[in-house]
Each structure stands twice: as C-alpha cells, then as structure tokens.
Write a protein that binds this ligand. Structure first.
Ligand code: NAD
Length: 321
C-alpha cells in the first residue's frame, strides 16, 4: 500500500496538473467511461460537523476509490483547515487497497481546478474583471486557478464577513493584480467572471445584480439546503455542471428545480463541452453558470496523479498491508 502524507502533496502537484486531471475526468464522465457512486453526507451531531464519502470508478483511468471526510467549522480556531479529507484508492482488478493519500490540499486544488476548467471553456474570451464572493480557505485556491484562464486585469470581491477580505487582497497582490472590495450590485455589474465559494444557505448574488455577458462558477453549494445565488439567476443562465444528478439534489440548481423554474433537461455536463458535444458559450453577451458540486471522481483523478508523481520522486511510503 502506498502512503502519500498530506505534507508531501504541495511538493508534488499544483494547479496545472490538477486542471488536466479534472478536465480529463469530466470528459470521461460525459463519455460514460467514469461514474460517481451516490454521495453519503451526514450531520454527525458532534462538533457541528458534516461527514461523508464521495466515491466512484473511472474505467478509462482505472481509478477506483473514495474520499472520506467532511467539514468541521470549529477547526480554524484549532489551527486546522475546516475541511478534513483522506483519499483511498483500490486496485480495480482485485479490490486490494492501493493507496492512502492526504486529501486536504487536493480538495482545494481539485475544487479550484473545476471552476478553472469551466472558466477556460465558458467565460467570455475578453474577460478582464474577476469577481470573488467568499473569502474563506478555498477562495485563494479558486482565485489562483482562475487567473490563469483569462487575461484578468483586476479582482473585485465581497464577503459576508468583511474582516476576511484581506485573504482576497493578499492573494490578488501575490498574483500581481489590484483588488477592490465592492458591494454585490457593483460586483455583478462589473465582473466578467464570478466565483462564489461560501457556506451560505441563502441567496447572496441576485438576478438583478448580474448584467452583461458573464460566467458564474458556483462552487460553495455541495449539500442539500445550501444556496449562493438567486433561483431566478439560475433560470436565466445557460447551465453547466460536473454531474447533473448532484446538481439537482445537492448543488446550486437544487432550488430552481424544486421551485419548478428549471428541469434537469436545462443543465448540460461540463464534460460535453470538453468533448465537443456541446458548443458551450454561444455569444459574448450570454450568461453562463457552472454548478460545481464536487464529485468523487475529481478526488480520485488528482489522487491518482499524486501517487504516480510520489512514486516517481521517491517520496511515497510503501507498506505491506
Ligand atoms: P471557510 O469556512 O474557510 O469559509 C467560509 C466562507 O463562507 C467565508 O467566506 C465566510 O465568510 C462565508 N460564509 C460563512 N457563512 C456564511 C453565510 N451564512 N452566508 C454567506 N457567506 C457565509 O470554508 P471554505 O473552505 O472556503 O469552503 C467554502 C465552501 O465551499 C464550504 O461551504 C464548502 O463546503 C464548499 N466546498 C465545495 C466544494 C465543491 O467541490 N463544490 C469543495 C470544497 C468546499
């Protein structure tokens, strides 16, 4: 069994390799070569935590396994990330456990890679202003992966807790971009690409806020009941997702479906755009929206890449198990 501890991940994989792994697995899902198993996610009634499993099988890449983990909101006070995850891979031919890989950084990288893939394929070509809603742990990863996809010249941002906005300002500075904290109507009017990455249970970005050709990547909603954008905004957008079954049940589209504004048929797979089966954006004026619900296959894709890289660099520990 191969063990790749959390502390080794940063030295092995970054945004570029994660982008490729996620792009390939979205394409495999849409071809029917890879599928996710039903998600288990429970409020465990302890430490206010949500815990569960995301799992799947990629027949093309022979990645079989699961990510075990969840969200502990009190962790930041303990000096730990709120998300805690470990990925386990199994041999697809025998079922024997193959690898255990630290999943915290990989979760951030694969989530940022998903919105980056959507921006790469769907954002207006001339996008210049990146709008960020949310300033938590994931937001910095999201911004770093996004800026590589278009020639952005500024970042604007909003967060419910303004004291956290310094994370966005610092990340933009690291990327050499000016940052401005703005109200939501200005963000919706000026941003060409908007990423939402919050823990919200109520709509933040309203239909009236968003004007002109825009791409929105909704990345925070991964559980029943969560919501970041107005259902009317969903209904107005051309919709894409990682997996339609998750989008309508635990993703951002759940509310618009429940209120009858859209149906499953209105949502397209991101993989269909990557495979060329869907044209994607049809004009610079269009409103496109990617509902990034987070699928187990993303975790398996980046974890498989890490195992190969760890073996090649000699930093994996191999134990007889
Ligand atoms: P975090 O705890 O570090 O930050 C939380 C963010 O949400 C902060 O910006 C905070 O101000 C904001 N927030 C908290 N409560 C809010 C509320 N009621 N209304 C509006 N904003 C609120 O979390 P993080 O690690 O940055 O993750 C952010 C979200 O992304 C989480 O909800 C997490 O479950 C989700 N997530 C999704 C995926 C995916 O694949 N889709 C992957 C990882 C994380």
């Amino acid at each position: 069994m191969i063990i790749v501890p959390e502390k080794e991940i940063a030295g092995l994989i970054g945004a570029t390799e994660s982008f490729t792994a996620v792009e390939q697995v979205f394409a495999a899902m849409s071809r029917g070569d890879a599928y996710n198993f039903p998600v288990i996610r429970e409020a465990i009634g302890h430490a206010d935590a949500l815990y569960g499993f995301k799992s799947g099988f990629d027949r093309a890449g022979l990645a079989l396994g699961l990510k075990s983990g969840g969200y502990w909101p009190g962790n930041e006070k303990l000096g730990l990330p709120n998300h805690q995850s470990t990925i386990f891979l199994f041999d697809a031919d025998t079922g024997k456990v193959k690898a255990a890989i630290g999943g915290n950084l990989l979760t951030a990288l694969r989530t940022a890679a998903a919105s980056a893939v959507s921006i790469s394929y769907l954002a207006p070509k001339a996008a210049k202003t990146l709008g960020m809603i949310g300033a938590g742990h994931q937001s910095a990863f999201q911004m770093r992966a996004a800026v590589a996809q278009r020639d952005f010249d500024r970042v604007i941002g909003w967060n419910l807790h303004p004291e956290m906005l310094s994370r966005l300002a610092d990340t933009a500075a690291e990327l050499g971009l000016p940052f401005e904290a703005v109200e939501l109507d200005q963000l919706g009017a000026e941003a060409d690409v908007i990423i939402s990455i919050t823990s919200s249970f109520d709509p933040i970005l309203l239909d009236a806020h968003v004007t002109g050709g825009t791409h929105i990547a909704c990345m925070g909603t991964d559980t029943k009941g969560k919501q970041e954008v107005d259902a009317a905004l969903i209904a107005r957008a051309t919709l894409f997702t990682d997996e339609i079954a998750q989008s309508v049940s635990i993703g951002e589209c759940q509310h618009a479906v429940a209120s009858g504004l859209i149906t499953e048929a209105d949502i397209s797979e991101m993989g269909a755009v990557i495979n060329g089966a869907h044209p994607g954006r049809s004009s610079e004026d269009e409103l496109t929206l990617f509902d990034g619900t987070g699928v187990g296959l993303q975790d398996l894709a980046v974890a498989s890449a890490v195992v190969d890289l760890a073996l090649a660099k000699g930093v994996a520990t191999v134990v007889d198990f």
